[in-house]
Design a protein around this ligand. Structure first.
Ligand code: F0G
Length: 463
């Protein structure tokens, strides 16, 4: 007999208590945080779905690996283990450790991007966009049309528009230092990219002599989607799929805080030895010696083990299913979400759910505030606060107004997911009373992290 219930494929050995708060306590905590959930004390949050980055639970094998951490300044054993694993999975010859993903992006872009250059991506994550712009480059998003259609059932909504890439490369000869593909496509709903699309992008890049880099943060989740959705891959292991994908690229940037299953870390990997030499020169300036790159030896051990655990089929099945399970409950209640559900997160579609709030009053941001006040759930806006401010200082509403419920890896169980669904169903009952917010103060870049807000009308939730 095969049983249908997909269980958490682990048992819990260490627990971290979470604290219940009253609605009144949460309302005052949010006011104190100036209506920005990034500014809350984490202790005041019950279910923290702000990000899946660095928030996962490590396994006994990772913890025991950490005890073996070699803290030698140069040539440490832990670096060798880390390098071996990254090479084995990605096939890239040169592995440069960094303290997290954006450090890898910063080193790569500050080495290859010049003022006026164009860097196409299926969709840039906010840190790659900011790092390209910081170099005076243009961060260009080329998602397929379905990527912008929350209800499209396309199995690979994270794909890049290959014809648009071709036009971009033809129109900008000599000004495109690299093309990037973000897997999964976080900013478009955690949606996967198919191997067929990577192959097509590769061919165009080759034709124009432009290298292809993968933003590989969620490469294991992407591999699972390929296995379960792309024809011909059902019998392939996630590892074999990941290898096939990386073999189509010239390098990658990686945040090990996602599918590295670690609390910190990242890397930059590539085949071009001269580029690796230049990147290492920069690494020594900002991160550290090339065999630790801003990390402790024990971090490198945790990542070496974590990268393999992320490719485990039982884990991936549970991971992707728990988000799909939440999605099914919300769809049954008529709550608009991005479908199909993504790899690391479920995305609420605030534009459809709160059509009465104009984009100038940040409907997704307001919704993130309400989820906290009503249920102690913390989630991130991916909408006009994150993307609305243009490099020239003007304001342009984002295409989508989303709230992302990102699930830390191996942290929450099915009853936590049931609770989240119950809160969302309750919020659905008061949704027409939710009002917008206005910005009080905001920095020029990555404003969502630190901006302060106030209700745009007399209260966040009208009586
Ligand atoms: N690329 C993607 C697709 C990401 O999602 C992130 C981080 C990064 C790069 C940067 O990595 O945080 O290690 O510097 N995303 C987190 C998130 C912060 O919540 O989605 P980092």
């Amino acid at each position: 007999m095969t049983f249908r219930t997909i269980i958490e494929p682990f048992r819990i050995k260490t627990v971290e208590p979470i604290r219940q708060t009253s609605r009144a306590e949460r309302a005052s905590a949010l006011a104190e945080a100036r209506y920005n959930v990034f500014l809350l004390q984490a202790e005041d949050v019950l279910i923290d779905l702000l990000t899946d980055s660095g928030t996962g639970a490590m396994s006994v094998y990772q913890w025991s690996g950490m005890m073996k951490g070699d803290e030698s300044y140069a040539g440490g054993r832990s670096y060798a283990a880390f390098e071996r694993t990254v090479r084995d999975i990605t096939g890239f010859a040169h592995v440069v450790p960094t303290h997290q993903g954006r450090a890898a992006e910063h080193i790569l872009f500050s080495t290859v991007v010049r003022r006026g250059d164009v860097v196409p991506n299926n969709t840039h994550f906010d840190t790659t966009r900011a790092n390209v712009q910081d170099r005076g480059g243009v961060a260009l998003d080329l998602p397929i049309a379905e990527g912008h259609q929350p209800q499209s059932a396309h199995p690979f909504k994270g794909n890049m528009d290959v014809a648009a890439l071709e036009r971009t490369l033809a129109d900008n000869r000599g000004r495109v230092p690299l093309v990037m593909l973000t897997i999964t496509n976080n900013s478009e709903g955690g949606q996967p990219v198919s191997l067929a699309n990577v192959r097509a992008v590769r061919q165009v890049c080759e034709r124009f002599g432009v290298p292809l880099f993968i933003d590989a943060c969620r490469f294991a989740e992407n591999a699972w989607f390929i296995k379960t959705r792309e024809e011909g891959y059902a019998d392939h292991t996630p590892l074999a799929i990941a290898r096939e994908l990386f073999a189509l690229a010239d390098g990658c940037t990686m945040s090990a805080k996602k599918d590295g299953m670690s609390n910190i870390g990242g890397f930059l990997a590539m085949n071009d030895g001269e580029l690796a030499r230049q990147c290492r020169t920069r690494l020594v300036l900002t991160e550290g010696f090339p065999t630790y790159g801003g990390l402790a030896g024990y971090d490198l051990e945790a990542i070496a083990v974590g990268l393999r655990e992320a490719l485990d089929e039982d884990y991936l099945r549970y991971r992707i299913r728990s988000i799909e399970y939440l999605g099914e409950k919300l769809l049954a209640a008529g709550i608009p979400i991005i479908t199909p559900t993504g790899g690391h997160a479920l995305y609420l579609d605030a534009k459809r759910w709160l059509p009465h709030i104009p984009q100038s009053e940040f409907p997704a941001w307001a919704l993130s505030c309400v989820l906290y006040v009503e249920g102690g759930i913390r989630a991130a806006e991916i909408g006009s606060v994150m993307f609305g401010r243009q490099p020239d200082g003007t304001e342009r509403p984002a295409d989508l107004e989303l709230v992302r419920l990102a699930f830390p890896r191996r942290v929450y169980t099915q009853s936590h997911v049931d609770y989240v669904a119950e809160v969302l169903l309750y919020v659905n009952s008061l949704v027409s009373r939710i009002r917008g917010v206005r910005i009080v103060e905001a920095p020029e870049v990555l404003r969502h992290f630190t901006a302060t807000f106030a209700p745009a009308h007399e209260a966040l939730i009208a009586s």
